[in-house]
Write a protein that binds this ligand. Structure first.
Ligand SMILES: Cc1cc2nc3c(=O)[nH]c(=O)nc-3n(C[C@H](O)[C@H](O)[C@H](O)COP(=O)(O)OP(=O)(O)OC[C@H]3O[C@@H](n4cnc5c(N)ncnc54)[C@H](O)[C@@H]3O)c2cc1C
Length: 312
């Protein structure tokens, strides 16, 4: 409901959401379709809420408008002006998901080389020769090269001698903090206040045991840095109080932070996932993924499906 119509983020998020539930059911990966409320915390935000609703409907996302009273009935501690309900939103145990994917790779005769860094790649007679550093250095050959190195995608792409610099996108680092709540969780669903262009706002999330977590915020940084800034607590409280006035401040404590790989700089307009093929950079069977920020996890299985379809 957040991404412009017909973009990769729109299409792959929608398909990925469906595939992820299907996969989680089949592999018994812990998950919960909690549903989520997107909320306008005051009358002024209702116009923005309407825009999200209309975009969601255009994008064929299942959504329902909900009144202030209806929300109050379901989530008595929530104080908002209006909302939208998304029944297909949920939470998933990510380490279990990754473990399951790892089993799939190895069961299909794939090899995962852990603690290994791809240093460079070159082409010889249409074959990629990929040089790696692990406990020792080694090269391997492949007919296809897919670069999905997240925050490092700019640096890794720069080390591929066949790729012209003009085809490499700069990556901006956008840090996000999460605070956890040690008090009772009064919410049954995920709660997302209105987003801005860069992030989905400081929302209410929960893990599968129901423990509350708030975040992420967004701060553009120059270098990858996972130091937690505890001074953000007041900013978080201020934002949370706009929809949950009864939060007990002493029970809000630092949790963790992450860094998003964005191709969209601060104050720039929406940028889509960048998944480029020979149509863009001219290198057959080299697929370069850059700017796979949110909703990259929800989209992950659909991204995989899409990337497979691009192999020539
Ligand atoms: C704070 C935060 C909140 C988020 N919330 C959500 C959300 O609610 N929903 C959602 O869908 N998504 C969310 N995301 C986004 C999601 O985490 C990413 O989209 C997803 O992790 C991207 O996956 P990836 O495999 O492309 O990259 P990554 O997960 O970053 O994996 C890249 C891998 O490449 C490896 N690598 C890097 N360089 C090299 C090299 N030279 N050689 C070998 N390996 C290398 C790295 O070690 C890493 O393991 C969030 C992200 C953040 C930071």
């Amino acid at each position: 409901m957040y991404y412009p119509n017909n973009t990769l983020k729109h299409k792959l998020c929608l398909r990925g959401n469906h595939l992820l539930y299907e996969y989680a059911e089949a592999r018994r990966i812990p998950h919960k379709k909690t549903g989520k409320y997107i909320v306008a915390t005051n009358e002024k935000e209702i116009t923005k809420l309407e825009k999200i609703f209309n975009l969601g409907c255009k994008n064929k996302v299942e959504l329902k408008r909900v009144s202030k009273d209806e929300i109050k009935e379901n989530e008595p501690e929530l104080s908002v002006a209006a909302g939208i309900f998304s029944p297909n939103s949920g939470v998933i145990d990510v380490p279990s998901l990754i473990n399951s994917l790892e089993v799939d790779v190895t069961n299909n005769k794939g090899i995962i080389s852990l603690n290994t860094s791809c240093k460079s790649a070159r082409i010889n007679k249409e074959i990629f020769i990929i040089s790696c550093n692990s406990s020792e250095k080694f090269d391997f050959e492949s007919k296809v090269l897919i670069n999905a190195s997240g925050l490092e995608s700019f640096n890794t792409s720069n080390n591929f001698d066949f790729l012209k610099k003009k085809f490499i996108k700069k990556i901006y680092f956008a840090k996000g903090h999460y605070f956890k709540y040690s008090g009772k969780n009064p919410f049954k669903k995920l709660i997302y206040p209105i987003s801005n262009d860069e992030s989905l706002g400081i929302h209410v999330g929960m893990d599968l045991e129901g423990y509350l977590r708030f975040g992420p915020d967004i701060e553009y940084i120059e270098k990858i840095d996972y130091t937690f800034d505890s001074s953000l607590k007041n900013k978080f409280l201020e934002s949370i109080k706009t929809y949950w006035p009864d939060i007990i401040p002493e029970k809000l404590n630092e949790d963790y932070c992450g860094v998003r790989p964005k191709i969209q700089n601060k104050d720039e307009q929406f940028k889509d996932f960048s998944i480029s093929t020979s149509n863009f950079h001219g290198i057959k069977n080299f697929i370069n993924l850059q700017g796979i920020d949110s909703p990259g996890l929800t989209s992950s299985l659909a991204i995989g499906e899409y990337v497979c379809s691009l192999i020539e």
